[in-house]
Design a protein around this ligand. Structure first.
Ligand code: ADP
Ligand code: MG
Ligand code: ZN
Length: 489
C-alpha cells in the first residue's frame, strides 16, 4: 500500500446452506436441473402461497453461527426487503433486518501478507469482528447471453435457496487479511458440512466494501462496494485495485463516491455498476406470513455440543502441539478426515514430524496422482505410523521405505508384511557391511588411489557403490563409518 495511507475493508459473505429443499417450500435445491423445474407456487411468488420455514436451514445456520462465535438471538424476525428485479417474483426478498438470527462475533485467525510469488511471509494471529449473520432466501437468475440479444430469460430454480449472510466489521486493513478471512470462513463451513463453499458455482459469494484514509486518521473514508466476487483470488486482486484507485483519485483532488462496483477479471479493474441505494429504500418491514423465529437454549446447547474441533483451532493446536509450520498445519486441517489421519499416524509412529512429512509429501502426492482423497487411501493411518516406526528403529532405511510405501499404496498391505516378503530388512550387521566394503574397494582400485592421494570427496562415490551393492539395504550411517575407517587405514 502507498506510504501514508491505510485501507479499511468490510466483507459480506453469502453462504448457501446445504439443505435438501428450499427455505420456504418443498422444492428441491439440486443444481443443474432444467430451468424452472424446481419451482412451486411459493417460490414462484404466486398470490396466496404461504412460506413455511425449513428446519434443516435453521439447524445449519445455527451450526455456522456458533462455529464463528456469533451469539444466536433467542428470537429473530424475518423481514421483507422490497425491490424490483425480474428474478425476484414476489417483488421482495425474505431476509432479516433489525433482529437478525445471530450477531456479535469475533474470530482469531492466522493471516499473512504474501510475497511476489504469492507465498505467505509472516503468519500472525489477528482478531476480526463479525457484526451479524442472518438467514435469507436467494433470488433466481436472469439469463442474458442466449444468442438472441432481444431476449432475456429467467430461471427460478435458485429462487428460495437458503442463504446465510455473514457481515463483518470493517476490521481488515489489507487484501490478504480479507483473503485469509474468507478462506477461513469457507473452510469452517465446509468442515461442518453446512455449505459446499464452491465459489465458482456461486455457493459462496463475497462482496467487499473498501475505503481508504490517511494513516493515523480515525474517521473512515467513503466506501465503494465490489459485488459478486466469485473467487478468492479475484477478491484479493479487486481489493488491491480498489485501494490504489481510491488513493490515486483522492491524491488527484477527487472524491470517492459511495457506489457499487464490479470486478472485470479480464482487465483486472473494477468499474461502476450503480450508485448506492440507501438501506431505507428497501422499505423493510416484518414478514406478516412468518412468525418470529424462536430457538431454545437447549437446541443451542445441543448444536454446540455436536460441533467438532474446528479447522482454524485445530490448525493452531497442530502448530503448538506438533511444532508444524502454519502452512503445513493449514494443509493438514483442510479436511477433517485428513487431520484425523495425520493425528493417528503421528500417534502410532510416536513421531509427529515424520508423520507430517510423509502425509504432506508422499501421501498427498500419490492421492493426487490417483485422483482420490484420503478417505479412499489404501494405506491406513496406522500402517503409515508403523512404516515410520520401521524406519525409526532402523529395521529399514528411509530409501527402502519409499519403495515400501509405493507398494502399500497400491496393495494396502501392512509394511511389515512387504518388508518380510521382499527381504528388505536393513543390513546393520557390521561384518556383512565390511565384506561388501572390501569388495567395492577391491573393484575400484583407481578411485581408491585417488582417494588416498587426497581426493576425499570420493567417499560419496564409495558409499553409493556399497549401498547399491546391497540393494539399498545397508544402513547408510554404518556404511559411512566402515568405509572411512577402511579408506583411511
Ligand atoms: P449494505 O447493505 O449497505 O451493504 P451492510 O451493513 O450490509 O450494508 O454492510 C456494510 C459492510 O461494509 C460491512 O461489512 C461493514 O463492515 C463495511 N463498512 C462499513 N463502512 C465501511 C467503510 N467506511 N469502509 C469499508 N467498509 C465499511
Ligand atoms: Mg452490502
Ligand atoms: Zn418452491
Amino acid at each position: 500500500m502507498k506510504e501514508g495511507w491505510e485501507a479499511v475493508i468490510g466483507l459480506e459473505v453469502h453462504a448457501q446452506l446445504n439443505t435438501d429443499s428450499k427455505i420456504f417450500c418443498a422444492c428441491s435445491t439440486s443444481f443443474g436441473e432444467e430451468p424452472n423445474q424446481n419451482t412451486c407456487p411459493v417460490c414462484l411468488g404466486l398470490p396466496g402461497a404461504l412460506p413455511v420455514l425449513n428446519r434443516q436451514a435453521v439447524n445449519n445456520a445455527g451450526k455456522a453461527a456458533l462455529a464463528i462465535n456469533l451469539k444466536i438471538n433467542p428470537e429473530s424476525i424475518f423481514s421483507r426487503k422490497n425491490y424490483f428485479y425480474p428474478d425476484l417474483p414476489k417483488g421482495y426478498q425474505i431476509s432479516q433486518f433489525d433482529r437478525p438470527f445471530s450477531e456479535h462475533g469475533q474470530v482469531e485467525i492466522l493471516t499473512s501478507e504474501r510475497d511476489e510469488g504469492g507465498r505467505p511471509v509472516d503468519w500472525q494471529l489477528r482478531r476480526f469482528g463479525i457484526t451479524r449473520a442472518h438467514i435469507e432466501e436467494d433470488a433466481g437468475k436472469s439469463v442474458h447471453d442466449i444468442g438472441d440479444p432481444t431476449k432475456s430469460h429467467v430461471n427460478l430454480n435458485r429462487a428460495g435457496t437458503p442463504l446465510l449472510e455473514i457481515v463483518s466489521e470493517p476490521d481488515f486493513r489489507t487484501s490478504w487479511e480479507a483473503y485469509d478471512y474468507v478462506t477461513f470462513l469457507r473452510r469452517t463451513l465446509q468442515y461442518i458440512d453446512v455449505c459446499d463453499g464452491n465459489m465458482e458455482e456461486g455457493n459462496l459469494r463475497c462482496d467487499a466494501n473498501v475505503s481508504v484514509r490517511p494513516a493515523g486518521r480515525e474517521k473512515f473514508g467513503t466506501r465503494a462496494e465490489i459485488k459478486n466476487l466469485n473467487s478468492l483470488r479475484f477478491l484479493q486482486k479487486a481489493i488491491d485495485y480498489e485501494i490504489d484507485r481510491q488513493i490515486a483519485l483522492i491524491e488527484a483532488g477527487g472524491e470517492v463516491v459511495q457506489e457499487t462496483r464490479l470486478w472485470n477479471e479480464k482487465e483486472n479493474k473494477t468499474y461502476t455498476m450503480r450508485s448506492k441505494e440507501d438501506a431505507h429504500d428497501y422499505r423493510y418491514f416484518p414478514e406478516p406470513d412468518l412468525p418470529p423465529l424462536e430457538v431454545s437454549q437447549a437446541w443451542m446447547e445441543q448444536l454446540r455440543a455436536e460441533l467438532p474441533e474446528l479447522p482454524e483451532a485445530r490448525r493452531q493446536r497442530f502448530i503448538r502441539q506438533y511444532e508444524l509450520s502454519p502452512d503445513e498445519a493449514f494443509t493438514l486441517t483442510g479436511q477433517r478426515e485428513l487431520a484425523d489421519y495425520f493425528e493417528e499416524a503421528a500417534t502410532t509412529a510416536g513421531n509427529p514430524r515424520a508423520a507430517a512429512n510423509w502425509v504432506l509429501s508422499e501421501l498427498l502426492r500419490e492421492l493426487k496422482n490417483a485422483s482420490i482423497d484420503i478417505t479412499r487411501s489404501k494405506i491406513s493411518a496406522g500402517s503409515l505410523g508403523s512404516l515410520i516406526k520401521l524406519i525409526d528403529d532402523q529395521t529399514i532405511s528411509g530409501k527402502i521405505a519409499k519403495d515400501v510405501f509405493v507398494d502399500m499404496f497400491a496393495t494396502g498391505k501392512a509394511p511389515e508384511e512387504i518388508v518380510k516378503e521382499k527381504g528388505l530388512v536393513q543390513i546393520t550387521d557390521t561384518s556383512a557391511i565390511e565384506k561388501v566394503v572390501d569388495e567395492v574397494i577391491g573393484a575400484n582400485p583407481k578411485q581408491f588411489e585417488q582417494y588416498r592421494s587426497g581426493k576425499t570427496a570420493l567417499l560419496g562415490f564409495f558409499v553409493g557403490q556399497v549401498i547399491k551393492a546391497t540393494g539399498g539395504k545397508a544402513n547408510p550411517q554404518a556404511v559411512n563409518e566402515i568405509l572411512k575407517s577402511r579408506l583411511d587405514a
